[in-house]
Unconditional design. Structure first.
Length: 87
């Protein structure tokens, strides 16, 4: 499943990644307040190559800083795109 965030990050999520128990577990932990698990979610959802591209993208739109807020905002947009495509 491919898409582009509003800021221009192009992503490709393997649908098999959405059926990963470790991803589900990390999502539940984040909803329980363990925000450090966001890094696991990004890596499980996108893989390490796209994760690196995402960090570089966030840096490019934030004056060289890979902000956590920026990473989470991009992740939220990716999940919204996935949700929309699965509706």
């Amino acid at each position: 499943m491919t898409g582009t965030t509003k800021s221009g990050f192009e992503f490709d999520v393997n649908e098999a990644a959405l059926d990963d128990y470790r991803l589900l577990k990390a999502l539940n932990e984040v909803s329980d307040g363990k925000t450090g698990k966001v890094t696991v979610i990004i890596e499980k959802l996108l893989g390490s190559d796209q994760e690196e591209r995402l960090m570089e993208h966030v840096e490019s739109i934030n004056d060289g800083k890979c902000s956590a807020t920026g990473m989470v905002a991009e992740l939220n947009e990716i999940f919204e795109a996935i949700k929309a495509k699965n509706s």
